[in-house]
Design a protein around this ligand. Structure first.
Ligand code: HEM
Length: 233
C-alpha cells in the first residue's frame, strides 16, 4: 500500500497540482508570472550564482532526459556500454550537479546576508531555493558519492521505466520497490517541488525566453551611455 502511495498516487497528485496550479495562475494571475530581478540591490554575487545555477540546471535537465526518458535499449543499440554511460553520467552529471549546488548556495547566502535582497524576498522565494538545494544536493550526492563508493546504480532499469510508465497511465510501481533509499528520497522531493512551482517564482521555468531576439530593445539602460545623444534629459 505504501509503495502504491509513493509511486502511483503521489506523483499523479503532485503532477495534477502543478498542472491545475499553472493553468489557474496563467488564467488569473498572469501579471505575476515572472521572477523579478534583484540585480538592482546586489550585482556581484548574483552574476556568479545565477549563471552557475541556470547553466548547471540546463545540463542537469539534459542529463535527466538522457537517463530517464531515453530507454537503455537505445544506448545498447548504438554501442554505448554501461561503463561508458556511467562514466559520462558521473563526470557530466557530477559537474552539472556541482554547478547547480554551488550556484544555489551562493544565491541562498546572498538572499540571507544582503539586507535589501532579504527584505524583498518572500517565504516562497526562500522555499524554492531551499527545496531546489535539497533536491539537487541529493542528486549530486547520488551521482558523485553513491555511484563511486557504493555501486554505479542502474536507474535506467528501474526509475527510468517507472517514470515513463507514468505518462501512459500504467505506473509500474513495483520497479521502485528495490531502488536505494537516497534515490527514492530524491524523486519524492522532486515531485513535491513540482507541486510547489505554480505558487512560486519558479513558474518562469515554463516561459522560455524565445522572443528575446525579436522583442523591443532593453527596458533598462545606463543614463551615462546616452549623455548628449537624442534622449531628452
Ligand atoms: C526539480 C526536479 C529535479 C532536480 C532539480 C534534479 C536535480 C538533480 C541533480 C542536480 C542531479 C545530479 C546529476 C545531474 O546533474 O544530472 C540529479 C541526479 C539524478 N536525478 Fe534528479 N532532479 C530532479 C528530478 C528528478 C526526477 C523527477 C527523477 C526521476 C524520475 C530524477 C532522477 C535522478 C537520478 C536517477 C539521478 C542520478 C543520476 C546519476 O547518478 O547519473 N531527478 N538530479
Amino acid at each position: 500500500m505504501c509503495e502504491i502511495f509513493w509511486w502511483v498516487i503521489f506523483p499523479y497528485i503532485t503532477g495534477l497540482i502543478m498542472i491545475v496550479g499553472l493553468l489557474y495562475r496563467y488564467a488569473f494571475r498572469q501579471l505575476s508570472w515572472a521572477a523579478p530581478s534583484t540585480e538592482f540591490f546586489e550585482k556581484k554575487w548574483l552574476r556568479i550564482g545565477s549563471p552557475l545555477f541556470h547553466w548547471g540546471i540546463v545540463f542537469a535537465v539534459i542529463g535527466h532526459v538522457m537517463g530517464m526518458v531515453v530507454p537503455k535499449g537505445f544506448y545498447v543499440a548504438i554501442g554505448i556500454t554501461d561503463e561508458m554511460y556511467h562514466f559520462g553520467a558521473i563526470f557530466g552529471g557530477g559537474l552539472a550537479g556541482l554547478m547547480v549546488v554551488a550556484g544555489l548556495i551562493i544565491l541562498l547566502i546572498r538572499k540571507i546576508i544582503i539586507d535589501p535582497v532579504r527584505i524583498h524576498a518572500s517565504f516562497a522565494d526562500f522555499f524554492s531555493v531551499i527545496a531546489l538545494l535539497i533536491v539537487a544536493g541529493l542528486g549530486t550526492y547520488m551521482t558523485i558519492v553513491y555511484n563511486t563508493t557504493v555501486v554505479a546504480y542502474e536507474y535506467r532499469a528501474t526509475i527510468g521505466p517507472w517514470f515513463r510508465s507514468l505518462f501512459i497511465f500504467q505506473p509500474k510501481y513495483e520497479l521502485m520497490t528495490s531502488v536505494p533509499f537516497i534515490f527514492k528520497a530524491h524523486v519524492i522531493a522532486a515531485f513535491a517541488l513540482f507541486a510547489s512551482i505554480p505558487f512560486t517564482h519558479l513558474v518562469h521555468f515554463y516561459t522560455l525566453p524565445v522572443n528575446y531576439p525579436g522583442r523591443a530593445p532593453q527596458q533598462y539602460r545606463s543614463r551615462a551611455q546616452y549623455k548628449n545623444k537624442d534622449v531628452p534629459r
